[in-house]
Design a protein around this ligand. Structure first.
Ligand code: UGA
Length: 441
């Protein structure tokens, strides 16, 4: 099929390349010339495992091109809108400027019968408004939320665990136009459909809500275990054993029960805030009032990590060498948007610590946000002369490949704070380290 992808950021760039890899012809459109140039050369403007490979392959087929000229998207049968919906600068709601601009730019080029498929995460009710505008061109709007995880974006796009398509509904079922649009999306995702991946056709509002509900649930799960960590801290219990034990219950499950410095990134934090803001607009603020608590618990864990470093250094970090291992919001990503790791580093710096920070991928992004910190590429170099070390992103380089013995040969004092509960506490203690976990004795 002929597809277009409007917005070539994280979501769009991966989607464009992935759609070519399953046989389609794609034009990717973005207003950022630099991004278009780099993608056209087969270079991903951000770190995502597997993306450079599928990008290069896709360009070599001749079926993928990138442009800043949206008119070149006119021939597409399905247009995916994959622009960002960041948090508003002066509030907690989502900023829909880019979505509106993308649809406005696309409208004059839409042909009758085309499908516009929204992938961006939007407040429930957005699709209904956009659908009317798209209908003026004789095209159909569907909402097709994306559930990809950074770090696994290529796999999640090519082989998703479910596909959700919100189409025009009337009296509780899809209209004929909606059915047709759903069939076109089935054709787009033909390999997944053929292998039986759940393909859920629903109305616009449900599709929009599925996405925010999923992220709200994941955020709640993380904050739940972090709340248990807070209780563990005053009772001497161990939250990691607790998570293992409750996780054996298949109704609960162990995944996303990793207690530590909490969630960050470009999605979970802003999505729960936007959800609360939208629920309030709808007069149902109380229904998701718990999300404020989820947010508050999450932010408290950053304080806790800082407090642990301060306590471990005898009550002050002032003029102490603190090495921060990690800057990305999670491993396999160079994303530092709302990164708890970077936030902890900045707070320690604010308390007068001499902070040295390292990360295998995220240093350029971190430096752009916080140039005041001392960035060191080499892990061992960063560890040299540390009075305390804090692990805040659980990269394998810190979790698996750093032995207590080797680290001990580099630092000034053997003090380690495990902000992700990713280290073997017993092994570090056995090597003479003072080990502090999150919600662990
Ligand atoms: C999240 C969702 O997981 C995706 O399904 C969704 O598509 C995406 O947002 C989105 O809306 O675009 P992502 O932001 O890539 O994906 O990251 P996650 O893997 O969800 O991790 C989020 C944060 O939670 C990270 O900071 C991570 O360190 C933290 N986390 C995760 C924990 O603190 N504990 C855990 O047990 C798991």
């Amino acid at each position: 099929m002929r597809l277009s992808v409007i917005g070539c950021g994280y979501l769009g760039a991966v989607h464009a390349a992935a759609m070519v890899s399953i046989g389609h012809e794609v034009v990717g459109v973005d207003v950022d010339e630099g991004k278009i140039e780099s993608l056209s050369r087969g270079e991903a403007p951000f770190f995502e495992p597997g993306l450079p490979e599928i990008l290069t392959e896709a360009i070599a087929t001749g079926r993928l091109r990138f442009t800043t000229d949206i008119a070149e998207a006119a021939h597409a049968e399905v247009h995916f809108v994959a622009v960002g919906t960041p948090q508003q600068k002066d509030g907690s709601a989502a900023d829909l400027t880019y979505v509106d601009a993308a649809v406005d730019a696309l409208l004059p080029h839409l042909t009758a019968g085309a499908v516009v498929a929204g992938k961006s995460t939007v407040p429930v009710g957005t699709a209904a408004t956009l659908a009317e505008r798209v209908a003026t061109a004789g095209a159909t709007l569907v909402w097709n939320p994306e559930f990809l995880r950074e770090g696994f974006a290529v796999k999640d796009t090519i082989d998703p665990d479910r596909l959700v398509v919100g189409v025009p509904f009337h009296d509780g079922s899809a209209t004929a136009e909606g059915e047709r649009a759903a069939d076109m999306l089935r054709e787009v995702y033909h390999p997944s459909v053929a292998q039986g991946t759940p393909f859920i056709v629903t109305d616009h509002a449900t599709a929009e809500l599925v996405k925010v509900a999923a992220n709200a649930f994941l955020a709640t799960k993380i904050s739940f275990i972090n709340a248990m960590a807070e209780i563990a801290e005053v009772t001497g219990a161990d939250v990691t054993t607790l998570a293992d034990a409750i996780g054996h219950d298949v109704r609960i499950g162990r995944r996303f029960l990793g207690a530590g410095i909490g969630f960050g990134g470009g999605c979970l934090p802003k999505d729960i805030r936007a959800f609360s803001a939208r629920a309030e607009e709808l007069g149902r603020g109380e229904s998701v009032a718990f999300l404020r608590e989820v947010d508050a618990i999450n932010m408290r864990r950053r304080d806790r990590a800082v407090d642990l470093v301060v306590a471990a250094l005898g009550g002050s970090v002032f003029k102490k060498n603190v090495t921060v291992l990690g800057a990305a919001f999670k491993p396999f990503s160079d994303d530092t948007r709302d990164s708890p790791a970077l936030d902890v580093a900045v707070r320690l710096f604010g308390l007068g610590a001499w902070v040295t920070i390292t990360d295998p991928e995220a240093i350029p992004n971190a430096r752009a946000l916080h140039p005041q910190l001392n960035y060191v590429d080499d892990r061992d170099e960063a560890l040299r002369s540390a009075d305390a070390v804090i692990v805040v992103t659980e990269w394998d380089q810190y979790r698996r490949e750093l032995s207590p013995e080797h680290a001990g040969s580099l630092v000034n004092r053997r003090v380690i704070i495990d902000g992700r509960n990713c280290l073997d506490a017993a092994a570090w203690r056995a090597d003479g380290w003072a080990y502090y976990g999150m919600g662990r004795p």
